[in-house]
Write a protein that binds this ligand. Structure first.
Ligand SMILES: [Zn+2]
Ligand SMILES: [Zn+2]
Length: 92
């Protein structure tokens, strides 16, 4: 999971590792420790709310949990990979 950044898709707030999420079963936890799965009842939360006012930051809006993860795209590494693949093909 290295190089993966987590931030709100709506306001770019970055979770600070705090337990700001409440499940309907009463568990409070950090949703990004478990990729949106409640440790109390194993419910998978596909939507994650940005904490918002009253919390350390955020906008209070709901977004798809998957959209919080930002995987950096490295164009140089991508081009090198494509070139390597075409060289492998020409050697056959
Ligand atoms: Zn729960
Ligand atoms: Zn937000």
């Amino acid at each position: 999971m290295e190089n993966i950044k987590i931030s709100c898709p709506k306001c770019s707030w970055e979770p600070d590792g705090g337990a700001w999420w409440n499940c309907s079963c009463g568990t409070t936890w950090n949703s990004f420790d478990t990729v949106g799965v409640c440790p109390g009842c194993n419910r998978k939360w596909h939507m994650t709310q940005c904490p918002g006012p009253g919390f350390p930051g955020g906008c209070g809006k709901w977004s798809k949990h998957d959209n919080w993860y930002i995987i950096p795209f490295d164009p140089v590494a991508f081009v090198e990979k494509v070139q390597q693949q075409s060289m492998d093909k020409s050697n056959i």
